[in-house]
Design a protein around this ligand. Structure first.
Ligand code: AMP
Length: 222
């Protein structure tokens, strides 16, 4: 029996949080919970929160804690999250980290591990600018680092439709990196202080990073 775990992936845009969260989801049966995905869904659905978030997201800033926390709490209330969650892109501010602590405490849960994906900033603009996903299943690809085995066909589901995010351009990525360093990177010390921080060198091959992460998750869920 594995313990239900709450894992946090910390790292700047392009560090590989989404890619790695999807791999952990598959390997450990955990649920990937990406506030970026939830916000993009709110924007697409045209909700009030989505309308407010849209301008901030396209400028590379951070959406207000109020909106993000409301979306996160709704998602955490769904039954599948009892299998354990991988938080991808949340928390991003001290306020969000504290609110998460309160939410978990109220549910009798705690953070299994906050894992920092350590990367060189300089490489992130290229990583982010070249990435795209399958429009059907969300599998991630990259112009230079990970092309589908058959050009134009998703390895996972066979779809021939792909999409790129509007905020994955060089200018917005620089603003997103700034937001990360100003508001999110301090959370590394926050979790270190709580004794739950792990660090992974995320500059290497996707599969090697995945193996390092799997070792941490195995320990946390054992
Ligand atoms: P991501 O998909 O994680 O790269 O997030 C895309 C964008 O959504 C970010 O650049 C922010 O504008 C917004 N966003 C996602 N998660 C959060 C969060 N936890 N707090 C504030 N803004 C967020």
């Amino acid at each position: 029996m594995t313990k239900s775990a709450v894992l946090i992936l910390l790292g700047p845009p392009g560090a590989g949080k989404g890619t790695q969260a999807r791999m952990l989801e598959e390997k450990f049966g955990l649920v990937q919970l990406s506030t970026g995905d939830l916000l993009r869904a709110a924007v697409a659905a045209g909700t009030e929160a989505g309308k407010e978030a849209q301008a901030v997201m396209s400028a590379g800033g951070l959406v207000s804690d109020e909106i993000v926390l409301a979306i996160l709490k709704d998602r955490m209330a769904e039954p599948d999250t009892s299998r354990g969650v991988i938080l991808d892109g949340f928390p991003r501010t001290a306020g969000q980290a504290e609110a998460l602590d309160e939410l978990l405490e109220a549910q009798g849960q705690s953070i299994g591990s906050a894992i920092s994906l350590d990367v060189d900033d300089a490489a992130m603009v290229e990583r982010v600018s070249g990435r795209y996903t399958c429009a059907n299943c969300g599998e991630g690809y990259h112009d230079s680092f990970k092309q589908p085995a058959v050009a134009g066909v998703c390895d996972k589901c066979g779809s021939t439709e792909f999409k790129r995010r509007a905020d994955d351009n060089a200018e917005t990525v620089s603003a997103r990196l700034e937001s990360y360093h100003a508001q999110t990177a301090p959370l590394i010390s926050y979790y270190e202080g709580k004794g739950v921080l792990s660090r992974v060198d995320a500059m290497g091959e996707i599969d090697r990073v995945a193996a390092d992460l799997a070792a941490i998750v195995t320990q946390v869920t054992a």
